[in-house]
Ligand binder design. Sequence first.
Ligand code: SF4
Length: 353
Amino acid sequence: MNDPGTLGELLAARGVSRRAFLKYATCMSSLMALPPSAAAAMAEGLAKARRQAVIWLSFQECTGCTESFTRSFGPTLEDLILDFISLDYHHTLQSVSGEAAEAARRQSMQDNKGKYLVVVDGSVPMADGGVYSMIAGNTNIAMLAETVEHAAAVIAVGSCAAFGGLPEADPNPTGAVPISQLVKNKPVINIPGCPPLPQAMAGTIAHFLSFGKLPELDHLNRPRAFFGESIHDRCYRRPFYERGLFAKSFDDEGARQGWCLYELGCKGPVTYNACATAKWNGGVSFPIQSGHGCIGCSEPRFWDRGGLYKPLSAGTADMGRVIAIAAVAGVAAGAGGALLARSRQKAAQEREG
Ligand code: SF4
């Protein structure tokens, strides 16, 4: 296979100017909350980076994570960087199949020993010996163990790979588990979401290519740059929340005025992700902006949390656990209880007002 040169050379050949490259590095380092000096270092690191081998394994998943990346609005520099990686194995995108595909995966592992990244979307079924999801005659359990053996790191993309997701939801008939439960001898980075933000994936890879190491992670192994703040922290409807102005139905006057969706089940206060700032479809919008509350898809066990349309203040047992998790993270630091109390107080004021 021909060496395509460095990323800087590749982008220059495609007509991407140094100025555009620097702008991208500045935006990405700013989105990742890196110090100002990091932008130039990131640009320099990216320009010198060479092709990164990536093996992508798809287990119990819906292909939504891949759809998210391939449908990203573009072309953008993220697309080019993702083009630049050597995606040596990917069920949905590869042209080869059968034994040739498996041979390509093993060849990449051999050629890039200790240096390749493994990206996984989907959970792994453990029940009945793992027979509920098999590829090329191998259980997902066996394929994961074999593929990560000489990897530099593993990126669990999407909530199924990161936390178990929908397959793991009660009653979890296949015994689904997240990747971190099976991979103990390599760094595992979680980029949850259903689907995850393409920028979080591109940013994590860009950081790895630029600095030769993974970005800072939170207590759930998510890149802190993208999961360090709650949706609620950055939501443009927050002023309505603070004033106690809540939509009561999706078609009432409050909803038309853009009031807070907390009472319609918004999970923004306990959900950590960058949707409110990075947004979707090329920065056009995100769920709350289009009138639907956040469903909390980047948090563990969001399917089992007691209803997408029940407000947090309904206080189901499961929600109590979610708030406790946020408190342990130090992000809510006692805010869970205060949040409920304040919301109830605001709701009462609103009813009386
Ligand atoms: S509760 Fe939801 S809609 Fe309301 S301010 Fe918070 S994140 Fe925005």
